[in-house]
Design a protein around this ligand. Structure first.
Ligand code: ZN
Ligand code: ZN
Ligand code: ZN
Length: 86
């Protein structure tokens, strides 16, 4: 398994969340299943189980590689580029 180099480039401390929920879901009138926090800019987006998949859409439009779960009690991170938990 290759090491994720993107994680080392993330700001410390991590950026403050820009929103409490997925703003694009609010606009679209859809409901996020779970939330993800972008570790490059603090964007909050919904997971791939949600209708909008806005966290993935955020990666596609910005290239920000690493997000973490924004769910209480969870702490894992995901690198979109490596396609693995980091
Ligand atoms: Zn990576
Ligand atoms: Zn969303
Ligand atoms: Zn971002």
């Amino acid at each position: 398994m290759s090491e994720c180099l993107h994680l080392a480039e993330m700001p410390r401390p991590e950026p403050a969340p820009l929103a409490e929920t997925c703003p694009e879901c609010l606009t679209d009138g859809t409901h996020p299943v779970q939330l993800r926090l972008c570790l490059s800019c603090g964007h909050v987006g919904c997971c791939d189980s949600s209708a909008g998949r806005h966290a993935t859409a955020h990666f596609s439009s910005t290239g920000h590689p690493v997000m973490r779960t924004f769910e209480p009690g969870e702490s894992w991170r995901w690198c979109f580029v490596d396609g693995s938990i980091v």
